[in-house]
Design a protein around this ligand. Structure first.
Ligand SMILES: Cc1ncc(COP(=O)(O)O)c(C=O)c1O
Length: 439
């Protein structure tokens, strides 16, 4: 029945130890009939993604008052997704563009150069000297993945130091790139703040020349960032230790509402002479979640080195996805290129950050009004999109089962999902599940 296949299987006899071929040989038995089996029949159900799995549970809930505080996507005070006015205007300007060709492997040049300036600063000497190798990427996730692959290729025996805790996908990204992972202390449950001593100790004890993944601002999931002084101390110590800092900046503008202030850590490191790596994402700060638009850059010693490094970045990207998507990059470059549009966007990021800050205040106030025995100061101390409440996995389960309120089991609330209409109900439910507990 499959003579061509039978012939080629024989020809391929020496490679019969390959699992795929042996399965095919079994499937297409000597009778020539296809057996009802395949080489992926043993594949098991993968575990749900801890973050996206929350949305699946939320969608299955029939309660009209259900609340989703799982995914980090901004919502307005009516719980609706937002398209920024600056983005709408950029869309008007892009509409009708007759350019729908492939982008180059490294993406839209204008977009890349504006992105790099946004992160490192308009007057950054390393940008002016052409020392920054950069490519457009598939949002923040794609940037991290490109870097992890770059690290494996060019520092094959290195591992990556990842904060404990971190965005859960970081572990998947470096695992799939085949890079070993170590944790460094970051969060102190007792203070619900930064474990600065632990962090400095771990930086000090790591072998010289280690790679450290740092959240540039609005740390996910804790909402806890180092102060500028602490960043300075980290930078000095990391320089002494010849460590390499890879910054993941998924929330520029979302921490303080000011894109320049939120990039301060990167600029401190650059001023100190570090050669850093950086992942940028426009998912949150421009609301371009589904457009998958980001930028991956590495600061090199010279323009000549940057050219070589960039060529290798493209070599990694080419077999992964050939070239990045066009539309989102056009929107971002329109906004960043036009002084008025850029100003409007800055202001809109500020509004989103301010609304989240207000909700932090309101949630804490409501809990206090209910007579909660716990100190909820960390809700307002933490910044960015997330609040690491300190609630346990069991409490989170009860919130879902008894109150139709959904969040990740580490007790992380996406503050972007909190609004003036649901904050009272959220506070009541949190009070109900925590009032008898020791926290
Ligand atoms: C810390 C961190 N890095 C990277 C990302 C990647 O986001 P995206 O790939 O949507 O840009 C996220 C998104 O939640 C994040 O929180």
């Amino acid at each position: 029945m499959f003579p061509a296949l039978a012939l080629s299987m024989q020809q391929l006899q020496p490679a019969a130890s390959l699992p795929l071929l042996s399965c095919l040989r079994r499937a297409y038995s000597t009778s020539g009939a296809a057996a009802a089996t395949n080489w992926f029949s043993h594949v098991e159900m993968a575990p749900r993604d801890p973050i996206l799995g929350v949305t699946e549970k939320f969608l299955a809930d029939k309660n009209p008052d259900k609340i989703n505080l799982g995914v980090g996507a901004y919502r307005d005070d009516n719980g609706q997704p937002v398209v920024l006015e600056s983005v709408r205007e950029a869309e008007r300007r892009v509409a009708g563009s007759h350019f729908m060709e492939y982008l180059p492997i490294g993406g839209l040049r204008d977009f890349v150069s504006e992105s790099v300036k946004l992160a490192y600063g308009d007057d950054s000497p390393v940008v002016a000297a052409g020392q920054v190798a950069a490519v457009q990427s598939l949002s923040g996730t794609g940037s991290c993945r490109l870097f992890a692959e770059f690290q494996r290729r060019f520092m094959p025996h290195s591992s990556v130091y990842i904060p404990v805790p971190t965005w859960s996908n970081h572990h998947n990204i470096w695992r799939d790139a085949g890079v070993a992972q170590n944790g460094y202390r970051y969060y102190k449950p007792e203070t619900r703040g930064l474990d600065f001593e632990g962090l400095m100790e771990d930086i000090k004890n790591a072998p010289n020349g280690s790679v450290f993944l740092l959240h540039a601002c609005a740390h996910n999931p804790t909402g806890v960032d180092p102060t500028p002084e602490q960043w300075q101390a980290m930078s000095k110590l990391m320089l002494d230790k010849s460590h390499f800092a890879f910054f993941d900046m998924a929330y520029q503008g979302f921490a303080t509402g000011d894109c320049t202030r939120d990039a301060a850590a990167i600029r401190i490191f650059i001023d100190d002479g570090h050669r850093v790596g950086l992942s940028q994402s426009y998912a949150k700060n421009m609301g371009l979640y589904g457009q998958r638009v980001g930028c991956f850059s590495l600061v090199c010693d010279s323009a000549a080195e940057a050219a070589k490094v960039e060529s290798q970045m493209k070599l990694i990207a080419r077999p992964m996805y050939s070239n990045p998507p066009l539309h989102g990059a056009l929107l971002v470059s329109k906004i960043l290129h036009d002084a008025d549009l850029k100003q409007q966007w800055y202001q809109e990021v500020g509004v989103m950050a301010a609304r989240i800050k207000d909700m932090r205040g309101l949630l804490r106030h409501n809990l206090q009004q209910l007579g909660s025995p716990h100190n909820w100061q960390h809700i307002t101390d933490q910044i960015g999109m997330f609040c690491y409440t300190g609630m346990s996995g069991e409490m989170v389960d009860t919130l879902a089962a008894a109150h139709s309120i959904y969040m990740t089991r580490n007790g992380r609330i996406s503050m972007a999902g909190v609004n003036t209409k649901n904050v009272a109900r959220l506070a009541e439910a949190m009070h109900a599940v925590t009032k008898e507990a020791k926290m």
